[in-house]
Design a protein around this ligand. Structure first.
Ligand SMILES: [Ca+2]
Ligand SMILES: [Ca+2]
Length: 429
């Protein structure tokens, strides 16, 4: 991964700040090592610093969690049974420990700084954030509320966010502030902050809710160094390399379980580390279709009578039936080809969510949930829901699959065409 940027404010040209090569464990998605061909610059930019290249940079536990990072000087990371980091040791610096509730919400961050012998506790009590037992701020939907020490009144700060939920600016209504702008932040695609062109206010509490609105863990130690990672609800993101520390709690088709947001951070956001907000929305949409028919269970292997198991054609049948459409194919053994042959063809230019897609030489089918087109009407992104072999709470499907990404039809499922159920079938007229 190459990333360019200004190295100083007076620089007239962008230079490479990172020129990263990734090496993986043999036959694995686990990253073994990263080398940086761009010049080291003393970490003033917060960019990737190539710690060591003797042997592997990264090691993992049996659950696939990252447990050491030689580039960042993280000698060990211990995880709790939610696969969330509990104690992180940084060589020559100290330790950072997190406490969570049973749902994985952060309750406390404890930094033991060996460089100056101090201990700092941050407590997260709902939306109230304390440091060493002193209230720092109260989170609110559009920003935060601070206490004005002068008059014990409240100060409201607001986060200005972009389309992905990245906080680009924190502004304040504090009339005594030197500037209404507390901080201004620009990001590289994977969340690294462009330090040179940003602003960090002095003498005022920094806002750490940054990329995708996730809390940045940084500057834990007195020398300004720290973790430089984002702690989301389910996972921890390293913005220097664009990868999560832990595997995906919701495994996706054809994607590394460590990759950030389908490797498409310009279009997708993922504030909790589980799924892109956009894909999660598509899954909800799919389930809405499916849930129109209560009493159905979505397991592989049969044709979908209420309470029975269902395969792909059964699922499509049930979804269409749920829309009160007549169903000539219910229970037919050759479900997909019957759907294909007895439904009305929809041209690609007319496809809308809710249409049926036939794939893989009439061997598979699903319901279209997302259609995104460019200005010329060409489909650039398309998703379907199908019934599949992904165990989810002991059952399979419905699941969401991307069938067109960035204008590219995927290798699987291969689209044969689109259909809709004909409410006035020609064969009956
Ligand atoms: Ca670098
Ligand atoms: Ca390295």
């Amino acid at each position: 991964m190459n990333q360019m940027g200004l190295r100083t404010l007076t620089a007239t040209n962008s230079a490479l700040v990172d020129q990263l090569s990734y090496a993986y464990q043999s036959g694995s998605n686990k990253l073994a090592k990263v080398t940086d061909a761009a010049l080291a610059n003393g970490n003033v930019l917060g960019d990737f610093q190539d710690g060591t290249n003797d042997g592997d940079d990264y090691t993992y536990d049996a659950n696939g969690n990252l447990i050491s990072d030689a580039n960042k000087g993280i000698s060990s990371i211990q995880y709790n049974y939610l696969n969330l980091p509990q104690t992180i040791s940084m060589t020559g610096k100290g330790t950072i420990s997190f406490t969570y509730d049973a749902a994985g919400n952060k309750l406390q961050k404890l930094v033991v700084d060996n460089t100056n012998g101090t201990t700092t506790t941050t407590q997260y009590l709902g939306g109230l954030i304390y440091q060493n037992d002193v209230l720092q701020y109260i989170a609110q939907e559009e920003g935060r509320i601070r206490i004005n020490a002068n008059n014990n009144d409240f100060i409201f700060d607001y986060f200005l966010k972009d389309h992905l939920g990245n906080t680009r600016m924190t502004i304040t209504d504090d009339n005594n502030a030197a500037s209404p702008v507390i901080d201004a932040t620009s990001y590289y695609p994977f969340g690294l902050i462009m330090k040179v062109i940003g602003k960090e206010g002095t003498g005022v509490l920094q806002n750490k809710l940054k990329y995708n609105g996730i809390e940045l863990q940084y500057k834990e130690f007195s020398d300004g160094s720290g973790l430089e990672e984002y702690a989301a609800l389910y996972r921890n993101l390293d913005p220097q390399i664009g990868r999560w520390w832990q595997i995906d709690p919701v495994i996706k088709e054809n994607e590394s379980p460590y990759s950030w947001n389908t490797n498409d951070p310009i279009r997708f956001s993922d504030f909790d580390g589980r799924d892109s907000a956009q894909r999660a929305k598509a899954l909800i949409k799919a389930k809405e279709y499916v849930n129109k028919n209560p009493g159905n269970s979505y397991e592989l292997g049969a044709k979908g009578d209420p309470g029975q198991k269902v395969d792909c054609s059964g699922l499509v049948t049930k979804v269409v039936e749920a829309g009160n459409e007549p169903n000539p194919n219910h229970g037919n053994k050759n479900g997909v080809s019957n759907i294909a042959d007895n439904t009305k063809v929809v041209e690609e230019k007319d496809v809308v969510p809710g249409n049926i897609v036939i794939t893989d030489s009439k061997s598979h089918t699903g319901i279209i949930t997302v259609v995104e087109r460019d200005k010329d009407g060409k489909i650039v992104n398309e998703q379907m829901v199908d019934s599949g072999g992904r165990p989810e709470k002991g059952k399979s499907g419905p699941r969401v699959i991307n069938i067109i990404i960035d204008g590219k039809k995927q290798f699987w499922p291969k689209i044969d065409g689109y259909r809709k159920w004909d409410t006035k079938p020609d064969k009956n007229s």
